[in-house]
Design a protein around this ligand. Structure first.
Ligand SMILES: [Zn+2]
Length: 502
């Protein structure tokens, strides 16, 4: 997401608060944690309950243990204005331990029926410990009729209903549009306010969506539209498929009075954008900038855009930030207020586009490593701003370097933030990348970044992986110590090439 608007949006920042306080030893602890998805016991022992959390340092109860989701298939029938919905979530998963029961994250839903492999399963709702602070709402605990052995494929189907404005245990991922529709903006841990999921970035899966709305409304979702069909006399169902794996935090579904605009990006990449109905003339020139931005980033990174479609969604109102929903970044209209006067708004578009490589394709193993998302997004947006003559990157980085020293002490260094949403993981992390580019030279730096997005495409990776990749690509083992100081120290290291910076 984009920090600049977060600053204008204290509400958003507040809802991301609630990280655990970090002691002196937390650094070693966090670094020693295994990837949560791999943390389950693979041995076929006696069945036991799956863990209620994925072990995220910032959101301990978000996500769950004991299984790995392969596909989500969500049917969601929404009535604008009243905000009532009914949903059916079919989850295909593989157990990573023998399971007597397992958890899903869900919040604000009435659960009507749960089956596992077609058989009725027992279930109960528990309030997640710490609620929002733990990064989760409620836990849906499912007990299958028969325990599940380890390494086994299974399918769980949850039928549920609710209302978008129902009270929930914490903040929610619904952004309400004044036309009576909504758009989902669920980062970091609120996909569970739309559907039962394993709400952790470490468990990525492919997705199918079937969104139903009354005629006259337009539904949108991540991935390619694969169908549009009648659902009775008055409703329409829109089908979408996302073939590349996605973490739940990047789910972007909406029903709104919106108009789809189609285009083509580099190499014939299909683009589809959504703008408020009646404002096509205003926003067409804005969304048409996307193809050029993709071409520019592909050149910077030396790597093709990672998915089979992209687009921007501009909502009429009800949302005041920008967010990198996978294949469909969503924007507040506030970004484009001066679009007729100057091009500076494109910097934010490039920020969210950069996330499609950093965050969406290469996803951090846990939320404490969010610098791997935001650092590159701020850094490449700064390169864009430099390229377009808005602001020299050196000036921006010098300013950020000056601020970062104090922020390290209050909010944690870029690699070990005490919460999400702060300067440390945005501009602070861009300063880390800038320092790396100054140390290695830009050519080597570009090779490091290209290797990163290629090697870890469509998977999870960690700060440790980033350091290892930098050393391997550059052939310079001293980068391990260099990057550890920049990522984890309480004070700024000196900036290479700029001894005068303080
Ligand atoms: Zn961002």
């Amino acid at each position: 997401m984009t920090r600049t608007l977060q600053e204008r949006s204290p509400r958003r920042r507040t809802r991301l608060r609630g990280a655990v306080a970090l002691g002196a030893c937390a650094a070693c602890l966090a670094l020693a944690l295994p990837t949560p998805a791999a943390a389950g016991d693979p041995s076929p022992g006696a069945p036991s309950p799956g863990a209620p959390g994925a072990g995220d340092p910032l959101f301990p109860r978000a996500g769950n243990g004991g299984y790995d989701v392969r596909n989500y298939d969500l049917s969601f029938d929404f009535t604008p204005g009243s905000y009532d919905f009914t949903g059916t979530m079919k989850i295909s998963a593989v157990t990573t331990q023998a399971l007597s029961s397992f958890h899903l994250d869900t919040d604000g839903h009435t659960i009507d029926r749960v089956t596992v492999d077609g058989r009725r399963a027992a279930f109960k709702l528990e309030t997640g410990d710490g609620g929002e602070k733990a990064g989760t709402g409620q836990e849906l605990v499912v007990t299958p009729a028969q325990p599940l052995r380890s390494g086994r494929h299974f399918e769980v189907t949850v039928a549920y209903h609710g209302n978008g404005k129902d009270p929930r245990t914490g903040a929610q991922g619904w952004s309400f549009i004044s036309d009576g529709g909504f758009v989902s903006t669920v980062q970091a841990t609120r996909a569970d306010t739309f559907a039962p999921v394993n709400d952790t970035p470490s468990d990525k899966a492919t997705w199918d969506f079937h969104l139903t709305a009354p005629k006259g409304w337009t539904a949108a979702a991540n991935g390619k539209r694969t169908g549009k069909r009648r659902a009775g006399d008055t409703r329409t169902t829109w089908d979408f498929a996302l073939d590349s794996p996605m973490a739940p935090e990047l789910m972007g579904i909406s029903v709104a009075k919106q108009t789809e605009l189609r285009g083509k990006g580099p190499h014939g990449l299909p683009l589809r954008h959504y703008v408020p109905s009646g404002q096509v003339e205003r926003y067409k020139p804005v969304v048409e900038r996307t193809g050029g931005q993709i071409a520019w980033l592909e050149k910077q990174l030396g790597a093709k855009y990672p998915f089979d479609t992209y687009g921007v969604q501009i909502v009429k109102d009800g949302y005041d930030a920008a967010l990198e929903n996978q294949t469909l970044s969503v924007f507040s209209p506030n970004w484009f207020k001066d679009a007729e006067k100057n091009d500076k708004y494109t910097t934010t578009m490039v920020h969210e586009l950069t996330h499609q490589w950093f965050g969406d394709s290469v996803t951090p193993s846990d939320w404490q490593q969010a610098w791997l998302n935001e650092g590159p997004a701020v850094y490449y947006a700064a390169r864009w701003a430099d390229d377009k003559g808005f602001q020299p990157i050196e000036e921006k980085m010098k300013e950020a370097y000056g601020k970062l020293d104090a922020v390290r002490k209050t909010d944690g260094p870029p690699g070990l933030p005490t919460e999400l949403g702060g300067f440390n993981i945005y501009d602070g992390a861009a300063v880390v990348l800038y320092a790396l580019s100054q140390e290695t030279g830009e050519k080597t730096f570009d090779r490091i970044m290209r290797s990163w997005v290629t090697r870890h495409a469509h998977s999870n990776a960690s700060s440790r992986d980033f350091i290892r990749n930098a050393v391997e690509v550059s052939g310079d083992p001293s980068l391990t110590t260099f990057l550890k100081h920049w990522l984890y120290d309480k004070d700024n290291p000196p900036m290479p090439g700029h001894p005068d910076w303080s």
